[in-house]
Design a binder for this molecule. Structure first.
Ligand code: PMP
Length: 416
């Protein structure tokens, strides 16, 4: 039954991604570094060529034909993003350069308007650096305090401790929906509910969740959501900051320049309406169009179908990893979206350095990520120099996982 479902799925999807036919060190590429970035289907590659070849012109400025086509494509893409996450209004979608840019923009803007000395911002122990450093910088600027939700022994968030951290001084909670290192799905609904009970807004780092889970910002009731196009089959250099209109209306722009203004004079400049107030300069309209095509591609298959397939691959991989002696899987058994992290130990209990395993896997054509995965506080908590992370996307197959496991066993034999 499973095979029946997946054979068509594999054939169709695998063949749509030209890079998957590359040979790496004379081996078929098994690409398991999707949490870092996904590969692009032909439809997205074609969209970029099509846009530059047929209708390239700067948006929002020209009365000429090409400029109007480009503007229309860019705004249609915004609508697709709004539909993807079920935002109430298109103007709640701000185009950015990526999740990092979205979070920095929010930290700056929210910080300017809402944060003063002694205020508190809450993040967690398992955040990506992009959801730590902008808040840390803000706290330094404003003499505010960064509080950290600790982890339980199984590496899930300690929600009881979170309840204690929420105080009358808390101004914002910013939490990853899915941990990029562990792959675990945080109880974001509960976090949002608890924060809202205290009148505190919540920003969700959706870099790893939007590509894998169906997100409905209205149902979640999150106040902000950040994600990147390149982790969801789209181009690099494009991301989204979603914000509830009631918040975005209150927050000041971050960058000044073209697009974001209504009128400029040396005496006083007035700002444009949403979302343009936050989009200074020429936007990445080729990127937004290409990401729109990626979303169409994903929706043609169905996010739920993709998620089912990826969940199967993760469960299949975790089961096989668990059978290899001296492999330690982090957050074993917890529900994961898209990624598994582990380390390998020798029989004498010493750690085989994750880089060494990564290099040997690469020689066999298997691409995984090794290191701290931009989550150093979490890696320090695990008391290791790094982990090996294998992460899947729609085009991966059980065959990929088998190849990876064989290559891993071979690597361990060489390093043990
Ligand atoms: N947050 C998380 C959870 C991530 O996984 C990543 C990317 N690894 C980021 C933020 C940053 O995304 P980007 O590099 O696309 O800005």
């Amino acid at each position: 039954m499973y095979l029946e479902y997946c054979i068509d799925f594999y054939r169709m999807k695998h063949d749509d991604f030209p890079i998957l036919f590359e040979l790496i060190n004379n081996n078929r590429l098994v690409y398991l570094d999707n949490a870092a970035t996904t590969q692009k289907p032909q439809a997205v590659l074609d969209a970029i060529v099509h846009a530059y070849s047929r209708w390239n012109a700067n948006v929002h400025r020209g009365v000429h034909y090409l400029s109007q086509v480009a503007t229309q494509k860019h705004e249609e893409a915004r609508k697709k993003m709004a539909q993807l996450i079920h935002a109430q209004l298109d103007e709640e979608i701000i185009f950015t350069k990526g999740t990092t840019d979205s979070l920095n923009m929010l930290a700056f803007s929210f910080g300017e308007a809402m944060i003063k000395e002694g205020d508190e911002i809450i993040v967690s122990q398992l955040e990506h650096h992009s959801n730590i450093v902008p808040w840390q910088m803000l706290c330094e600027r404003k003499k505010a305090i960064l509080k950290v939700i600790p982890l339980k022994e199984d590496l899930s968030l300690n929600i009881e401790a979170f309840k204690e951290l929420l105080s009358p001084s808390t101004r914002l909670v910013s939490i990853a929906h899915v941990s990029n290192l562990l792959g675990i799905v945080n109880p974001i609904e509960e976090i949002i509910r608890l924060a809202h009970e205290k009148g505190v807004p919540v920003c969700v780092d959706g870099a790893q969740s939007v590509p894998h889970l169906k997100i409905d910002v209205q149902k979640l009731d999150c106040d902000f959501l950040a994600f990147s196009a390149h982790k969801m089959y789209g181009p690099t250099g494009l991301g989204v900051l979603y914000g509830k209109k009631k918040w975005l209306d209150k927050l000041p722009p971050v960058e000044g320049g073209g697009e974001m203004i209504e009128h400029v004079s040396f005496e006083k400049t007035t700002y444009n309406v949403l979302p343009y107030k936050f989009e200074a300069g020429t936007p990445n309209y080729i990127g937004s169009y290409a990401f729109g095509q990626a979303i169409d591609y994903v929706q043609q298959i169905g996010l739920e179908c993709i998620a089912k397939h990826e969940d199967d691959l993760i469960a299949y991989m975790e089961k096989q990893l668990a059978e290899i002696p001296h492999v330690k899987i982090y957050a074993a058994g917890l529900f994961k979206a898209g990624a598994v992290s582990f380390n390998v130990y020798r029989a004498d209990g010493t750690l085989i350095h994750p880089f060494d395993v990564g290099v040997l896997l690469d020689r066999q054509g298997v691409a995984v990520r090794t290191g701290h995965h931009c989550a150093e506080p979490l890696v320090n908590h695990l008391q290791v120099p790094g982990t090996i992370r294998a992460s899947v996307a729609m085009y991966n197959t059980r065959n990929d996982i088998d190849t990876f496991i064989i290559a891993l066993k071979r690597s361990i034999m060489m390093l043990d």
